[in-house]
Design a protein around this ligand. Structure first.
Ligand SMILES: [Zn+2]
Length: 380
């Protein structure tokens, strides 16, 4: 994640703090200072740090179970709104998703199981804004962990409760149906939040409502995308006429080909073999900088991914979206069979889901279908 400062690794997972989080520390320190001077300021900062340790432990709860199921967990990042664990492709096995989703709040329940016997249930009525004694701090942490459990179990994506609901439904219905229902419940909850937030008025609740609504939407969309691409191999959407340029050609060849064919990204051949790709932004930039007589060979992107024709699109699409590559050579046994253009995949998805109109056959789609993030994200 951008603007995240790494603070260490646990179980191979990178733990980072988002730079905006320091604003929260500074702000809470200042609030403490205005209430009771430097001592109160220190207590305030200690409170925020303890709170975020609880959030990291929550995320680690998800991560440990995810790792056990072989899900790759890249990083945990602390944001002012909570923690985010970046996982590569969540399992579609309902039982596994259920266990991963429940593991986070379960950690907070365990923390409560330790703290509550020490201090009993705290009152919600006379809460100090900043705790300034150890017993008050324990009270604050009990309240915070209760809120973390209740808030996360709200049955709406991207809360853990949304995943629990989807997993439970998926035990009886198809994954797509379960997601549609869970997403619908999420949106209803989101609208209730916004209405309540406007009525109260509580801007924070409105913000959470909007956030939940978007989360519910994008989860449903990703599942629809994968559903549309199920059983569609790369070869179905691959183009057989591949726009090639030679490494010894001048960049003006790209311009000419673009005007003739509409193709905007090219594959580059050298001595009769595919040696790289020449994306539109690269050659256009080079033409501007060095003029049209510049050789193609100087600007070839030689690190690129290619696909096999029988690769299933629903499996590779998230990876493809995550890369800064618009065109992919389709190769078999070292032989070039065609080219996969991401815009074609987006247009296909849009057609099949009835989301948007057509695109020019050879050009990049003007408005590609939404790109879901490469990782599923959990907010603790
Ligand atoms: Zn969580």
């Amino acid at each position: 994640m951008k603007w995240s400062i790494p603070i260490g690794r646990v179980l191979g997972i990178r733990i980072g703090i988002h730079i905006t989080f320091f604003l929260i520390i500074a702000w809470i320190g200042w609030v403490g200072w205005t209430i009771g001077g430097p001592e109160s300021s220190l207590w305030a900062v200690a409170m925020i740090c303890l709170l975020f340790i609880c959030v990291i432990l929550h995320e680690l709860g998800h991560s440990v179970v995810a790792l056990r199921y072989g899900v790759e967990v890249r990083s945990i990042t602390l944001l002012p709104i909570g923690g985010v664990a970046s996982m590569k492709s969540m399992p579609e096995e309902p039982r596994q998703e259920l266990m991963i989703a429940v593991a986070g709040p379960l950690v907070n329940v365990l923390i409560l199981a330790v703290l509550i016997p020490l201090k009993g249930f705290p009152s919600w009525l006379d809460m100090p804004i900043i705790p300034t004694t150890l017993p008050e701090m324990v009270d604050t942490m009990i309240r915070a962990n209760i809120i973390l459990v209740v808030f996360n179990m709200i049955p709406a994506f991207p809360m853990d409760g949304g995943r629990v609901l989807r997993a439970l439904l998926a035990m009886f219905f198809s994954y797509t149906t379960a997601t549609a229902w869970a997403s619908g419940v999420g949106r209803v909850v989101a609208v209730l939040f916004v209405a309540l937030g406007l009525y109260a008025p509580q801007p924070f609740l409105v913000l959470i409502g909007v956030f939940v609504f978007i989360g519910a939407e994008s989860e449903a969309r990703m599942v629809r995308v994968k559903d549309v691409l199920k059983n569609v191999p790369v070869s179905v959407l691959m183009r057989r006429d591949v726009p090639m340029v030679d490494g010894t050609d001048a960049l003006r060849t790209c311009l000419e080909r673009y005007h003739d064919s509409g193709y905007i990204d090219f594959l580059v051949e050298e001595e009769g073999e595919v040696r790289g790709i020449l994306p539109a932004d690269v050659w256009m930039e080079a033409v501007k900088k060095y003029g049209p007589d510049e050789p193609v060979g100087h600007h070839v992107v030689r690190r690129y991914i290619s696909f096999q024709p029988d690769a299933p699109l629903d499996r590779i699409i998230q990876d493809a979206w995550g890369m800064k590559q618009e065109v992919f050579p389709v190769m078999q046994d070292g032989r070039l069979l065609g080219m996969l253009i991401l815009a074609d995949v987006s247009a296909y998805i849009a057609r099949r889901t009835g989301e948007a109109g057509q695109t020019h056959p050879a050009e990049r789609a003007e408005a590609p279908a939404p790109r879901p993030s490469r990782f599923s994200v959990d907010l603790g």
